[in-house]
Design a protein around this ligand. Sequence first.
Ligand code: PMP
Length: 457
Amino acid sequence: MSSYPIMINAFDPSRASELPENEQALLARRQRVLGPAYRLFYEHPVHFVRGEGVWLYDAEGAAYLDAYNNVPSVGHCHPRVVEAIARQAGQLNTHTRYLHSGILDYSEMLLATFPGELSQVMYTCTGSEANDLAVRVARQFTGGTGFIVTRLAYHGVTDTIAAMSPSLGTRLVLGPHVRVVPAPRSAGAAANPVVHAAAAADGGPQVGRDFAAGVEAALGQMRREGIKPAGLIVDTIFSSDGVFADPPGFLQDAVAAVRRAGGVFIADEVQPGFGRTGDSMWGFQRHSLVPDIVTLGKPMGNGYPVAAMVAKPDVLAPFGSHCRYFNTFGGSQVAMAAARAVLEIIREERLRERAQETGHYLRRGLAALGENFEVIGDVRGAGLFIGVELVDDRATLSPATRFAGELVNELRRRRVLISAAGPAANVLKIRPPLPFGRAEADLFLETLEASLAHLQA
Ligand code: PMP
């Protein structure tokens, strides 16, 4: 892993003097009080003061189409979530060491969306904490320590989890018992993105075999080094690796290999979960398998910090008998009220179905753009989690890294928000709030087409 970008599309502070004076002042304050570790998006950072639905508004009142943010998944500032939080905050907000029916009502609703085996849930405040807990649970259950992650995985910020997140940069030291495997290759990256479906069908089984071969190799390495495997953890939409969704089922061989070696499978649903992939509520369902542990976060409270770990009871049992668990804010009454409102909205506003419909429509539109713009090498994803791989050459698929950066910034100038991902930062990452409909998809496609034409002129 030689030259992975530490962060894609970050603002370069050495160019601060090019910004308007009021923005320079904000930037100076930021650096003074927040220190050097934070990054801002875009060549020209954005300054938002309000959000509504799929729109964000800047300090001058200009509207930006949000095709990037998957946390406000039911729409920015959804009035029902706002009301649920406010009502509960005015009534009671304590912790999980007193009896309360709110956490039980929500847990039953949430667990009903999972296969029956996944029947217990524990709460945290962030996805990182949920993954950290999952690692502890997996180690207790298996007696192993070794973990397998993908080449450019991101699973969070705690010490243990950062050591399992190679996307944090080349200087990150991975944990001694962490082994990295290649991310699945897209079955559809072909000379012509329009033939994606056919290519996926042809190359499909090979994707699963290749991914499983990487996992088998990592398991073999652990065996030789005397490391007992605890598990495989993947983001089931492979967001930071560059968005890989097809063919459905490609994870099965790798998961079977890990289980044969005594490890568990942890599905990190922080990115794809809660209906985003359209075809199902959870990304792992696309692969027709039942994980041993599932972690949730980001969209769970539409921005209110609530996250969770769902597990099979037998997997959780050894941890429960050795450790007690308490998380001060995790599972508080307000967190549960926010999460419940989100789940109800997803169901009542048919947002999963909407993600499916709009996702298909958008991917079709993107593939059609590929007929005119050679730079589009692959269009992939599921529901409203879409990756568009930009290439300098369709035959070799050499990454159009610089162009991807220019395009993300051109779209921002035209007030449309996306980002880029993948090892070469050349995969456009498109994952809007789920109420994104056809009208917004049309606006997105028109703006993208105009931006491509402008940059290639
Ligand atoms: N897992 C994945 C796949 C993520 O994308 C993220 C956040 N980007 C996390 C875990 C960590 O979540 P959090 O930032 O809430 O700790």
